[in-house]
Design a binder for this molecule. Structure first.
Ligand code: SAM
Ligand code: DTB
Ligand code: SF4
Length: 326
């Protein structure tokens, strides 16, 4: 059984990443089998509860107020609208519901209180609740946990050197501090990145190295292919290829064997055959539903057909906890 290690060196990860592709997939599939049921994929739904108008300058993001995109700024959604969305997500087979806001950070105000109400309501529906609200203090993380939050998503996005070229309004260290605060509150950590922004293989390796050497691996690692949105500085960039996605997913799977690796943004125009390669390489989670946060996602019916075709089943909610008790 491969070991769970947090002392990976960059050159060890580099060697894995550069393994010939077929061999890499085989290795990743082997590790995947040791730690997970390969017939199971977690189905998550995203909802943008506060869209657009964000003061940050993340170059990839259509929600930054600094870029002229087709995304307009909207206020925080009402509780009942969120409940309706979560009910729909549950009815269509999702077991995790992730609410995202275009905030630099959470602030202790009425909007934050409303988000805690949303968390309580969605948690009481038996869904794993996840939020991504920007930077958090330890105190805020604890409040969210007390409201029933299960996981918190905060991505490192890329390696530290490349990060500084795409975001200037907050530092890599700020991100790491938020991740620490989330851990201190005993929340499940969801943290990954994006490929296809113009970064080098070395930058991707830096990201994987940082993730795999955190004191504890994130329980969930989303791998996004950049969705190049009109109006952002990334407009017109060519999409990462399936081979780049597979290499990234497989390496993540091998260095963080017990984590859920999520095939996230960029799935929308992938044929089933390409998605199957990603599952083979160790991806075991997806976002379902017609939209990610602001961009289109795969049709639910097509995802259902794909699950049938590939013999995949949606993973149950709170599986990790259930396994601990049984
Ligand atoms: N504002 C919060 C934050 O940045 O932490 C939460 C929402 S933000 C949209 C969540 C994540 O979505 C980002 O960290 C980034 O990794 C991902 N993301 C945003 N725009 C994307 C795009 N165009 N393509 C791929 N991933 C994207
Ligand atoms: C993550 O890593 N990917 C999701 C989720 N975490 C929050 C977001 C993808 C956003 C893609 C662009 C959009 O739809 O706005
Ligand atoms: Fe704002 Fe998050 Fe988009 Fe950055 S990624 S601009 S913080 S919404």
């Amino acid at each position: 059984m491969s070991e769970i290690r947090t002392d990976w060196t960059k050159s060890e990860i580099e060697e894995i990443y550069n393994t010939p592709l077929m061999e890499l997939i085989y290795r990743a599939a082997t590790v995947h089998r040791e730690y997970h049921n390969t017939g199971e994929v977690q189905v998550c739904t995203l909802l943008s509860i506060k869209t657009g108008g964000c003061p940050e300058d993340c170059s990839y993001c259509p929600q930054s107020a600094l870029y002229q995109t087709e995304v307009d700024a909207e206020p925080l959604m009402q509780l009942n609208e969120v409940i309706d969305s979560a009910m729909q997500a549950k009815a269509s087979g999702s077991t995790r519901f992730c609410m995202g806001s275009a905030w630099r950070n959470a602030r202790s105000n009425k909007d934050f209180d409303r988000v805690t109400e949303m968390i309580k309501a969605v948690n009481s529906m038996g869904l794993e609740v996840c939020c991504t609200l920007g930077m958090l203090t330890e105190e805020q993380a604890l409040k969210l946990k007390q409201a029933g939050l299960y996981a918190y998503n905060h991505n490192l996005d890329s390696g530290e050197d490349f990060y500084e070229k795409i975001i200037t309004t907050r530092t890599y260290n700020d991100r790491l501090t938020t991740l620490e605060n989330v851990r201190k509150a005993n929340l499940s950590v969801c943290c990954g990145g994006i490929i296809g922004m113009g970064e080098s293989d070395g930058d991707r390796l830096d990201l994987l190295h940082t993730l795999a050497t955190l004191p504890k691996h994130p329980e969930s690692v989303p791998i996004n292919a950049l969705v190049a949105v009109k109006g952002t500085p990334m407009e017109g960039r060519e999409k990462a290829t399936v081979w780049e996605m597979v290499r990234m997913i497989a390496t993540a799977r091998i260095v963080m064997p017990a984590s859920m690796v999520r095939l996230s943004a960029g799935r929308v125009d992938m044929p089933v055959s390409e998605q199957a390669l990603c599952f083979m390489a160790g991806a075991n989670s997806i976002f379902a539903g017609e939209k990610l946060l602001t961009t289109p996602n795969n049709e639910s019916d097509q995802d259902k057909m794909m699950f049938g075709l590939l013999g995949l089943e949606p993973r149950k909610a709170f599986k990790e906890e259930l396994e601990k008790i049984s």
